[in-house]
Design a protein around this ligand. Structure first.
Ligand SMILES: Cc1cc2nc3c(=O)[nH]c(=O)nc-3n(C[C@H](O)[C@H](O)[C@H](O)COP(=O)(O)OP(=O)(O)OC[C@H]3O[C@@H](n4cnc5c(N)ncnc54)[C@H](O)[C@@H]3O)c2cc1C
Length: 298
């Protein structure tokens, strides 16, 4: 059965759906609102939300969230096969993804070290979208007019054994495995607000649909869902909106501060035969000045 829904009406879900109590949401100042905060502008009205209950709710279906879901589903399968007594179901794991489909927000092409994937999916090489194994690696130093190849490639720049992949395609493939394992994946549902029970995170409210740019409900307004879970995993990637709320509330910002850098990516079509497939080069030097940290890869 397919469990990849871009709506919350899904086969077999009716038992789990409850009509939640009307929520009075806390008022926000009407300035500087992000999209996800617009729903909170509906604060002065009572919003009645559908409630769904899960064991584990994972917010974000990038490689991290999908790997988490798959690992949990594998543990459940193993438990159900070997342990007597209580049985668990992967259907009680929900993954929320705000993108229109799995992989839509993974724009990066990349080099993948398959070590972790091999632990999660031992036979990954049979079905994973692995474009090209890395066959040669180099470190280049650029000046404005030329490039010099380092006589040896420093160990951190070595990529033999790794693969050139499209992260979007890899995420789609992982999403397929997660669905097959029975997990419920919901695309086009962004987590907008953390739910608390006293001091504990009790789930997430998803974004309202049909809200105009000023935060006012339109004719097609549908309130977001109230997803309650025993465990909520934030796998939003960098600068996640729920993560920011949590960091602020729990004052976590000075424990492991984020660092920032600017990345620019270009896609080049090159004449066939000019570059050997699987060749990966790391670059240093021009146009980055010597007093700045930076570099690139090809
Ligand atoms: C230009 C670039 C090049 C890179 N190259 C490499 C490389 O060569 N090799 C390598 O190993 N790594 C590379 N990386 C890093 C790699 O992309 C990240 O480490 C990886 O994507 C992190 O995975 P993640 O699942 O934590 O987050 P993400 O991939 O960012 O996924 C997070 C997901 O959560 C969703 N989401 C976020 N917030 C919400 C919400 N509130 N509700 C619902 N869904 C939400 C997003 O839509 C997204 O799909 C590169 C990154 C960039 C930007």
């Amino acid at each position: 059965m397919l469990r990849h829904y871009n709506g919350m009406t899904r086969p077999g879900a009716s038992d789990a759906v409850k009509r939640g109590p009307a929520l009075e949401l806390e008022a926000l100042a009407p300035t500087n609102l992000t999209n996800s905060q617009h729903l909170l502008r509906l604060s002065t009205m009572s919003v009645q939300r559908e409630q769904l209950e899960a064991d584990v709710l994972i917010v974000g279906a990038g490689p991290a969230g999908l790997a988490c879901a798959l690992h949990l589903a594998n543990l459940i399968k193993k438990h159900n096969e070997t342990a007597g007594g209580s049985q668990f179901s992967a259907e009680n794991i929900y993954v929320l993804e705000k993108g229109r489909e799995i992989g839509a927000h993974q724009l990066s092409g990349g080099i993948m070290n398959p070590k972790a994937l091999a632990e999660l999916v031992p036979d990954f090489a049979k079905t994973a979208p692995l474009d090209t194994p890395v066959t040669d690696d180099a470190a280049l130093f650029f000046t404005k007019g030329s490039s010099l190849r380092f006589p040896i490639t420093p160990p951190p720049f070595k990529n033999k054994g790794n693969y050139v992949v499209s992260l979007s395609r890899l995420a789609k493939w992982m999403g397929g495995l997660v669905e097959k394992a029975g997990v419920n994946l919901f695309t086009q549902f962004g987590g907008a607000q953390l739910l608390y029970e006293r001091d504990r995170i009790a789930g997430v409210i998803t974004e309202d649909k049909g809200v105009d740019k000023n935060g006012k409900p339109k004719a097609n307004y549908t309130p977001g869902y109230e997803l309650r879970a025993k465990v909520t995993v934030l796998a939003e990637g960098p600068r996640g909106s729920l993560t920011k709320q949590l960091v602020e509330k729990k004052k976590l910002d000075n424990i492991n501060p984020q660092i920032y850098s600017i990345g620019i990516k270009e896609l080049w079509d090159v004449q066939p035969g000019r570059i050997q497939a699987g060749y990966v080069a790391h670059t240093l030097g021009w146009p980055v000045p010597t007093d700045m940290y930076g570099g690139g890869w090809i």
